[in-house]
Design a protein. Sequence first.
Length: 315
Amino acid sequence: MTLESDHITNNSFTFRSRIVKSSRRCWEEAATCRRVECSHIETGVCTVNIFDRAPSAKRVSEMSITVDDVPEPVSETDKGAIQSIERAGQILSLFDQDTLNLSVATVAERLGLNRTTAHRYLLSLQSSGFLDKTNAPGPILDQLSAFISGRRKVLSLAPPIMRELSDKTQMTVVMSLLGRSGPVVALVEEAAVGTILVTVRVGTVLAPKSAQSRVLVAFQSEQSVISQHLSGMTEVEARMEEVELGKVRRDRLGWADLGHLGLAAVAAPVFGSRNVQAAIALIGTAKMLPTSDNSVPLARDLQTAAAQLSKLVGG
């Protein structure tokens, strides 16, 4: 297959590619290269000829690209599992204000299934906790609903408390929630006064040693969350981080490891009815927020705001 692009540097180019290995053929979609002819893949190596764009189409280079992530063909077993997940999603989507319980007849009719298949799916969803014995929403859906409701509640209640805290401390106040890749900034109330403004964008995924990361991880009951938090650290760093997490649990206060940047942050947990829902933090320069006794009043104001929000949320 021949591909076109505008740029080659030192006979190399960047692939934005999806590479398919099938019948000794290779398909590439290049992001940066002039004209490329790509031969078949053998054991994950793609041989590429690079040509000028001139009419003569003179070959100027030949390369071999090692492909580390050639997707394996999806097995029939995997296809079946994926289809089952899709079907389960379709069944659960049948719930609405008029459909509070699912019956075999309802599932079969609305999804075009035979009754035996519909019955089998309903039993499987019951055994996995998505449905209860009456085919109403089960404990897993209740858990997810409470989790989502708690997040929405804390996000709706937090802004006025954060604004008051920012005005009182004259610092930027940030709230983060725990996401799949780590704590994610959800709300920001920037300081309204001062010549220096330290802030962070909503949607930023925070580093493991940030104050809010430490607070959100320290109070997690799932060991997998803590393991993920420590996974990118050396053995020595992980031991030191575990000590820091212990301090967070003891003091209900976490400090960021930002001194080398001249910045500082301190965070406190916001609890829901069961566990930590969010982390609220003050951020600023190291001079504005020194990690010493001088910052005790600011930390106390932060903890008061976190406790106030926790009470409103139900923690």
